[in-house]
Design a protein around this ligand. Sequence first.
Ligand SMILES: NC(=O)c1ccc[n+]([C@@H]2O[C@H](COP(=O)([O-])OP(=O)(O)OC[C@H]3O[C@@H](n4cnc5c(N)ncnc54)[C@H](O)[C@@H]3O)[C@@H](O)[C@H]2O)c1
Length: 309
Amino acid sequence: MGFVWSVHSCPLLLTLILKIKTNPKIKSGGQECPPHTQIEMLLFFLSCQGVFFMFEDLRGRTAVVFGVANKRSIAWAIAQGLHAAGMNLAITYQNERMEMEAKDLILSLPGAEGFMCDVSKDEEIARLFEKLKGRYGKLHALVHSVAYAPAEELNGDFVNTTREGFRVAHDVSVYSLIAVSRAAAPLMEDGGSVITMTYYGAEKVVPHYNVMGVAKAALECTVRYLAQDLGRRKIRVNAISAGPLKTLAARGISGLGDMLKGHAERAPLQRNVEVGEVGSTGVFLASDASSGITGEVIYVDCGYNIMGF
Ligand SMILES: NC(=O)c1ccc[n+]([C@@H]2O[C@H](COP(=O)([O-])OP(=O)(O)OC[C@H]3O[C@@H](n4cnc5c(N)ncnc54)[C@H](O)[C@@H]3O)[C@@H](O)[C@H]2O)c1
């Protein structure tokens, strides 16, 4: 589990940053390094170690996070960030098979509670939100970090996509966002933020991503329609488009190694994204710092998507 520090309240970190600012002579690779680069290097190094920096205070607010399978899950990184910012957390996992690993993680976040919910089942969604209403009353954020397509759809030719594979991918990865947003909206009495996870394969062909690319395109479009519908209730809906990360879901895509290598080589920042960076963006989108943003796809991919070649 990552440590969570607040930059404002961590004297050691502030001292380090001040030292860097007042001592511009520190050298990197034989060259003098400007203070802002040194601070970026320090923050990047610490985020790689799982140390999160939160500038937001979300105490007294409640979020429900869907999609924690294990410690590599993007949902887990966002949950850790939201917890660090002070939110009450309801964290869901898919089924009994996922329960043990997810529950151990959830227990490590004081105050967070775990709930089981298969988002392809309307009755489970209804039951979950009844429980959330009774337990928390109001909700302020919802994180939808869930996707699935049968493994055989992610390694063959796209032209062989089956009717059932297409249906399942869209049901679990796209329709579920509509279903959980509809269930959450009445609990978001003071407005709220819905966040989902997408990938660049929605816009451009990524070999082997196949039907999931089509589902992500539908998901991004769903974000815009939901943002329009729910805007009048002060509920914002956005997607984070993350660069590739080695998670359980990503392991199902053949050629993940090549994808990671290609991204790191071509991205302007010349590296792959860290899961903590996706987590911090989740916190930003859940917070009032992003109050004017809705219906958007925010890229957290080290800039990969801007490249033409
Ligand atoms: N890993 C990447 O490279 C990457 C990049 C961009 C976007 N994403 C997206 O991020 C999201 C999270 O994936 P991840 O990479 O953290 O992998 P993950 O395997 O950790 O998370 C996927 C989650 O979806 C859940 N899930 C699947 N079917 C479900 C169902 N019927 N009901 C409830 N939950 C269900 C799984 O239990 C799991 O917790 C997905 O939408 C994925 O497409 C991942």
